[in-house]
Ligand binder design. Structure first.
Ligand code: AKG
Ligand code: FE2
Length: 358
């Protein structure tokens, strides 16, 4: 019976001419999840931060408290949930609807916007770079570039591209604005000038969005939507739907599910921000599980600095005795090149090359 399942053709993730079976997606045993996609340990969840008190733009005592709370969450968990964040929920709902419509199209039509062999931008069914341990996911990656969004949408939808293009561009703009607010708050909470990070984000097109849609999977105990990894960028704003499946690895080496909350974002620190803050803010390993019944949609918005931005931790975050400088300065462009060559990042291997004493 088990073998029969493994021989089943995976239509939703097989590109044209490719015939993938479930067994192609089975991960090595060490990676098999021991807890389910919908297991959430109450009390052990990441902190929730509400921006309600500062939505009117006033920066009083409440602002100080929130900045501190954000930094503490970044230090202890590397993750937090953000509610009352100021992004109109209709914008997000419409975006999600458009994304589902895209993924619901016949494979043939989606492949009109397929990524090329050299640039990981566009649509792909699972990830062809991986060879083994294939992610059980359809993926769309695009840069924050209205021209690129429209070019992609035109390939897939032709003259009917406008609703998709508009929804994608509007959401990217809202996420960018939210990202800058978070960066200002983190800088403030760390005792840096408020624009310490944001002034390095002038090149909007450096930022990337990845949409993951995980189809129902007949063998969720042996497959993964996305294997354990850290995000190499600076900060991720993640939108997950109500299904659940995102898990993070706590410092006691236990996986914990991040319970979906309506109208919220999950924010996590990436490797580059960990280096930028000399290890104060933590980039934490996480993964996405799949399930037997439901499609799951998640959108990861990876904030990336300008190509020439120099990632160098400020002196305020270095103490020669207790916390010496951990990384040599590097540019985002240099690190990004490494990431493209390396293709699959396991742990923080790409960043390790900048460690002062590995
Ligand atoms: O699907 C999720 O919840 C996680 C996605 C993620 O970690 C990523 O795209 O980097
Ligand atoms: Fe991630």
């Amino acid at each position: 019976m088990a073998l029969e399942i493994e021989e089943q053709h995976v239509e939703s993730l097989s590109s044209m001419g490719q015939k993938l079976c479930i067994k192609n997606f089975i991960w090595c045993k060490e990676e098999w999840p021991a807890i389910n996609y919908n297991d959430f340990a109450d009390g052990d969840d990441i902190p929730t931060i509400s921006l309600q008190a500062i939505l009117n733009g006033k920066k009083g005592q409440e602002y100080e408290k929130l900045c501190q709370a954000m930094v503490s969450a970044g230090e202890k968990w590397g993750f937090f949930k953000l509610v009352d964040h100021g992004v109109a929920w209709e914008t997000i709902e419409n975006f999600r609807r458009q994304l589902h419509e895209l993924f619901d199209l016949p494979m043939e039509q989606k492949l009109k916007g397929a990524r090329s062999a050299t640039l990981p931008l566009g649509y792909c069914a699972t990830n062809p770079d991986y060879g083994q341990n294939l992610p059980w996911a359809e993926i769309l990656q695009l840069l924050q570039s209205p021209q690129q969004v429209v070019a992609f949408a035109r390939k897939v939808f032709g003259d009917q591209h406008q609703p998709f293009s508009d929804a994608m561009i509007e959401s990217m703009e809202a996420l960018e604005k939210l990202g800058m607010t978070i960066f200002e708050m983190l800088a403030h909470g760390l005792g840096l000038s408020d624009d310490f990070f944001t002034k390095n984000f002038e090149e909007k097109e450096a930022t990337m969005i990845r949409v993951n849609r995980y189809p129902p999977c007949p063998l969720p105990e042996k497959c993964l939507g996305l294997g354990s990894h850290t995000d190499p960028h600076t900060l991720t704003i993640l939108l997950q739907d109500e299904v659940g499946g995102l898990q993070m690895l706590k410092d006691d080496n236990q996986w914990v599910g991040i319970r979906p909350v309506p109208n919220s974002f999950v924010i996590n620190i990436g490797d580059t921000l960990e280096a930028w803050t000399n290890g104060r803010l933590k980039s934490v390993i996480h993964r996405a599980l799949v399930n037997k019944e439901k499609n799951r949609l998640s959108v990861a918005y990876f904030l990336c600095p300008t190509t020439t931005a120099i990632i160098d931790c400020p002196p305020q975050l270095v103490d020669p005795n207790t916390n010496p400088k951990k990384y040599v300065p590097f540019t985002w462009g240099d690190f990004r090149k490494e990431l493209i060559i390396q293709k699959r990042v396991l742990g923080k291997t790409a960043l390790n090359r900048y460690l002062i004493s590995p």
